[in-house]
Design a protein around this ligand. Structure first.
Ligand code: SF4
Length: 347
């Protein structure tokens, strides 16, 4: 049987198929999933309820190694950021974000990013490759282990790290099925958020699948012209087409959509932006997550004052658009998307 080398690249069914091919029964797949995803095993030797010859066979056929941690930084607010070194020495980031009500893992889906948003450190170095299912779930396992050390069970997953999750659709959904499965990590679909730059065909596909997963769309512009400047992807999937796809998604799934919207002084939080958003989002079940710009040296943007942000939020609310300002987390450890990786690459 031609199997992937890392055992975490296998779905439960694929693992079961492999085990059957070597004369084992389904309950062994259950045991192995428990060792990897519930107990955090990073070697086959520790799987003490498996027969010795099966452990040897697994060792021969698969890898089960932790990612090498190149850097781990802990913020004053508890946000913990990891920089991982993959087997081919690509670097990826993951973040543990503890708040009063939840403990969230922010996970990367690609090494680098091809979308080059004009405020984001991840896009600066370009795109290298998709991450495999194993590389995605291994990040979650690392963050989960760290959260358990602090007696904070991992409750939420957001795919908002480096890369565009929906551009790596198959590996992402294979990983999500493992993260979601009660046989593995058992994190509920409603506690998993996919953030997309706005790939219209993929949003339509998600609408057809009617999953319970949360969808966040990086809007970041208030009309076609402003989004063209900040997000090159808008030239392929223009603002109006994106909003229409979001309307179809909400209609098909009956689920609220979240718009991520960056607050850049004199660019995105202006009275003109409020009026344009009011018109574009009228009648759409949505909320807006307002994200204060986190400075990146390559860009000239400035962060608005606290008062400017509050005024913008209040104006949106007056227009019937529910909006909250996302409190910046881990600023002292470069927790914004791609900053740690970018600093490492620059070095
Ligand atoms: S915001 Fe997301 S899609 Fe845009 S460059 Fe950064 S990682 Fe890529």
């Amino acid at each position: 049987m031609n199997t992937p080398k890392d055992i975490r690249d296998l779905s439960f069914e694929e693992l079961d198929g492999y085990l059957k091919s070597v004369g084992q029964e389904t309950f062994r797949a259950q045991q192995i999933f428990e060792w990897i995803y519930k107990k955090g095993a990073v070697g086959f030797e520790s799987m003490s309820n498996l027969p010795l010859d099966l452990r040897q066979r697994l060792r021969q056929d698969f890898d089960l190694k932790p990612n090498a941690i190149t850097k781990k930084v802990v913020s004053e607010d508890g946000t913990t950021k990891f920089l991982f070194d993959l087997l081919d020495h690509e670097k990826i980031e993951s973040v543990l974000i503890p708040t009063a009500t939840r403990t969230t893992a922010c996970i990367s889906t690609q090494a680098g990013c091809k979308f080059g948003c004009r405020f984001c450190a991840s896009g600066i170095g370009g795109w290298s490759r998709h991450l495999s299912c194993a590389e995605i779930v291994t990040q979650v396992l690392h963050v989960k282990e760290e959260s358990q050390k602090h007696k904070r069970p991992l409750s939420n997953i957001v795919f908002m790290g480096t890369g565009e999750p929906l551009d790596n659709f198959d590996n992402l959904f294979k990983a999500i099925r493992i993260i979601n499965s009660d046989k593995a990590m058992g994190i509920g679909a409603r506690h998993i958020t996919i953030s997309t730059v706005g790939l219209v065909p993929r949003i339509k596909e998600l609408a057809r699948q009617n999953l319970q997963i949360e969808l966040a769309v990086s809007l970041h512009g208030f009309d076609n012209a402003s989004r063209n400047v900040l997000m090159p992807v808008n030239r392929k999937y223009p603002f109006d087409e994106l909003i229409e796809a979001c309307r179809q998604y909400v209609k098909a799934t009956k689920r609220q959509i979240t718009f991520e919207y960056i607050l850049i002084k004199d660019v995105t939080c202006t009275p003109k932006a409020v009026q344009s958003l009011k018109k574009a989002l009228q009648g759409l079940i949505c909320k807006m997550n307002l994200i204060p710009y986190n400075p990146v040296s390559e860009f000239d943007h400035r962060t608005p004052s606290r008062q400017e942000m509050l005024t913008f939020r209040n104006r949106l609310e007056e227009c019937g658009i529910h909006a909250t300002i996302r409190m910046p987390r881990g600023r002292d450890v470069a927790a914004a998307c791609g900053q740690l990786r970018h600093a490492h690459l620059e070095k």
